[in-house]
Design a protein around this ligand. Structure first.
Ligand code: SF4
Length: 361
């Protein structure tokens, strides 16, 4: 949990005085994206040029409005599930055990606090609060024992007991995966011998190849632990087969099996419609056993291709583009936001409402 927020006028026990009113310091859960999530390699798999725009040139191509709406929704649901879990006896929030629900902001306050902290999203607050209110009205009870909320995980490529693969690391090790190292401690306290990036001349040569994920919630359903992923959609169709081939969900399955073993119960989507009429769907994401089996190889190959390209083509505007009128340029969600950049190069930026971020290396 990263931020403290003043609210709860009238509470005095842990509060301080401000303008004559008593304020309580409560906590805002960090529900942001993980530092090196699947979207990095996933975007590269989709289109190398798209990767270069977003990861190397720092051009933001996803609609800021859609991202903000989703973030506000996530913050509300993170607090809802964390409060449920704390009331049930304790819940892991980020990396900290919380058993006192009064430590946390209420979901509605958390949504406002997030907007204040980020300096955006206030114009979407009413809509997302009403989506949240309808959700709670129809689903007032927790769907099971809430075990964890906004739980970060990381996995690194290497050898464990002599077997090469992608292994979940111990939470204490996650912040040190950008360093050159020989070994790290696994989530089960065994040792992982790191198989590092092999790309002489590249700044990341010799460093661990790793990936991170942040789990929205882990919920005990019967005797199984299920990873839950909240999604806020303009229209909930209930069609979920395509989610099974998403690498991010593949990673959830891969990591969930290692951490929970026999108790792992798969991945469930919590699809929440943000427009009228109210609609909710909670399907399980179908399995993808063949693809999941070589997930580690896919990651390894992709990270080496990225590094190879960094060395071979330092002009990020000239990375390989899809050369087909369909495919990633014209996908399920419409035309790729990078199309004008591909048509006109740097001059195409004038057609975009581009926000510049920092380059990631
Ligand atoms: S328009 Fe096509 S080639 Fe250009 S970045 Fe998008 S997917 Fe890649």
């Amino acid at each position: 949990m990263t931020a403290h927020y003043q609210c709860g006028i009238g509470f005095s026990e842990t509060g301080n005085r401000l303008n004559g009113q008593t304020m309580t310091i409560k906590e805002l859960i960090d529900a942001g994206r993980s530092s090196r999530g699947w979207s990095r390699v996933g975007t590269h798999m989709r289109c190398q040029q798209l990767f270069a725009y977003t990861e190397r040139l720092g051009i933001k191509l996803v609609s800021a409005e859609a991202l903000t709406r989703g973030s506000i929704g996530h913050v509300g649901h993170a607090h809802l599930h964390a409060i449920w879990g704390a009331r049930q006896g304790g819940v892991l929030v980020n990396t900290e055990m919380v058993d006192d629900p009064t430590r946390l902001l209420s979901p509605r306050d958390a949504m406002l606090a997030w907007c204040d902290l980020e300096g955006r999203g206030h114009d979407m607050l009413d809509q997302m609060r009403s989506v949240f209110d309808r959700y709670v009205e129809r689903n007032p009870e927790p769907p099971g024992r809430v075990v964890a909320v906004e739980w970060p995980m990381a996995a690194v490529i290497g050898y464990k007991r002599g077997e090469w693969g992608l292994w979940v690391v111990h939470p204490d090790e996650e912040s040190r995966l950008d360093e050159e190292r020989q070994s790290v401690v696994a989530c089960d306290d065994e040792t992982i011998q790191i198989d590092p990036l092999n790309m002489p001349g590249h700044p990341d040569d010799g460093k661990p190849v790793y990936v991170t994920r942040r789990v929205d919630a882990v919920i005990e359903e019967g005797d199984r632990r299920v990873i839950w992923d909240h999604k806020f959609q303009g229209w909930v169709s209930g069609k979920v087969r395509a989610y099974s081939i998403d690498g991010g969900f593949g990673l959830f399955r891969h990591m969930g099996k290692q951490v929970f073993g026999e108790k792992f119960g798969g991945v469930r989507l919590n699809l929440i419609q943000t427009t009228d009429p109210y609609k909710l769907s909670r399907p399980k994401v179908p399995q993808s056993p063949h693809r999941d089996r070589h997930l580690a190889h896919l990651l390894w190959e992709e990270e080496h291709q990225i590094a190879r390209k960094d060395l071979d083509q330092p002009n990020y505007w000239e990375w390989p583009k899809s050369m087909h009128e369909a495919g990633p340029c014209q996908g399920q969600y419409g035309t790729c936001a990078g199309l004008d950049l591909c048509l006109y190069g740097e001059a195409g930026q004038k057609y975009l409402n581009i926000e510049r971020g920092s380059r990631d290396r």
